[in-house]
Ligand binder design. Structure first.
Ligand code: ADP
Length: 411
């Protein structure tokens, strides 16, 4: 089976095309600066698994035009990876918000499209481009089954006492204001990998307590008990929880009223301040990029050090909280750009958590050299594992898509 995975962001379309038997990625790519300034400076970079990278500069005023260039690249005689679009058996879409309606991936039909449209209100930056991608695929790959894989779905097992906020209950009932959680596909992928490792070490799946730390530009942390998400740090939106590249994470909500009433900011300005000018960037004044923060720390920059300290302290605090609610922890997993590549963040996060059974092997932590396989960076006698597991959301989407489409095929 050939599965195309599409991830439409507000100004980009990322894609990866897989074959399922044997499982292999055939090509990846990204269309960038889509629908920005009329799409005049947009470009497409296409990487076939075997062969040279190909770059196209073209106008991409909409996600649909971007998709037209992507499907053309896939079948191009020089750098394409399939002969005809008829070879595509299914398309899997990353969809950010599935509200309370979707606790798993689904085959897309008219009702699913209406539901995704309804949740545009809750994810105004994400669900509209996701829908645009679905519609473009309906146009260029007519009749090919499409599957929606939701960022929120994995977290639908979180119990009400962890997802209802302390607001008057009607705000939840009438307006859906509650914790939803995000990065679900990544947390699920790495939690499954960690579960295999724990199982091999004799911890049965039903007893496993795993804490997954997705640390990229956006950061979130999830408590996974017996394979199910039972709490996560992102909330109604991806702003809550950990400190991130440009997002503030947890904050006293009274600060918002203060910024508006005492400092004269508009609601939109506050929203922009908290989402785009805060986090590592706002505290350090240096950058939102962890590589720059670490370089500035090495050069003796105090504010970069403070930003790094806040970043790690908050992860540590959440690990403690999630260990408390699960009655302990069997594995902490680090993933995404920072989690996979920043040994100083991993070290400073877990050092001091030996009372939870987490003992870091500092040489293994420092010596980690990338690769796609999970690596255990805890000492052999550590009661709980500390794992670095590269995430692969696209592969997870492709697997869900293939499973759903195969299930729907006439047997
Ligand atoms: P996104 O959330 O956009 O998918 P990524 O998962 O790629 O982002 O993570 C981006 C973050 O990873 C950035 O803060 C970047 O600085 C950080 N990162 C990538 N490589 C390294 C590295 N070698 N050392 C420290 N941080 C890194």
């Amino acid at each position: 089976m050939i599965v195309l995975v599409i991830n439409c962001g507000s100004s980009s379309v990322k894609y990866e095309i897989f074959q399922t038997h044997p499982e292999a990625s055939l090509a990846t790519g990204i269309a960038d600066r889509v629908a920005v300034n009329g799409g005049q400076q947009a470009s497409l970079v296409h990487h076939p698994r075997f062969g040279e990278q190909y770059r196209l500069v073209a106008e991409m005023p909409s996600h649909q035009t971007a998709l037209s260039h992507i499907v053309a690249a896939l079948v191009d005689p020089d750098h394409g990876v399939i002969k005809s679009l008829d070879e595509v058996d299914a398309v899997g879409h990353r969809v950010v918000h599935g509200g309370e309606e979707f606790s798993a991936s689904v085959l897309i039909n008219d009702q699913v499209i209406s539901a995704i449209s309804r949740y545009c209100e809750l994810a105004p930056l994400h669900n509209p481009p996701n829908l645009a991608g679905i519609r473009a695929c309906q146009k260029y790959l007519p009749g090919v089954p499409q599957v929606a894989v939701f960022d929120t779905a994995f977290h639908q097992t979180i119990p009400p006492y962890a997802y209802v906020y302390g607001l008057p209950y009607r705000f939840y009932e009438n307006h859906g204001i509650r914790r939803y959680g995000f990065h679900g596909t990544s947390h699920r992928y790495v939690a499954l990998k960690a579960a295999e490792i724990l199982q091999q070490r004799g911890v049965p799946t039903t007893e496993q307590r795993i804490i997954t730390c997705h640390l990229g530009n956006g950061c979130s942390i999830t408590a996974v008990r017996a394979g199910q998400s039972i709490d996560t740090s992102m909330g109604f939106t991806p702003l809550e929880g950990l400190l991130m590249g440009t997002r503030c994470g947890d904050l006293d909500p009274a600060v918002v009223a203060f910024l508006i009433n005492e400092m004269g900011l508009s609601a939109d300005q506050v929203d922009e301040l908290l989402n785009e000018h805060s986090g590592l960037l706002g505290v350090s004044g240096v950058s939102s990029d962890m590589r720059d923060i670490c370089a500035a720390v090495r050069a003796g920059n105090d504010r970069a050090q403070l930003a790094l300290d806040i970043f790690c302290y908050r992860i540590k605090k959440y690990i403690g909280a999630y260990a408390a609610v699960m009655g302990g922890v069997d594995a902490v997993v680090f993933t995404a750009g920072i989690g996979e590549n920043a040994p100083e963040v991993r070290a400073s996060t877990v050092t001091g958590l030996e009372h939870l059974g987490l003992h870091l092997d500092e040489a293994a932590n420092q010596g980690l050299s990338g690769g796609s396989e999970p690596v255990d960076i805890s000492t052999p006698d550590s009661r709980a594992r500390i794992l670095v597991i590269p995430t692969d959301e696209e592969l997870m989407i492709a697997r869900d898509t293939a499973a759903i489409v195969t299930d729907k095929l006439p047997k």
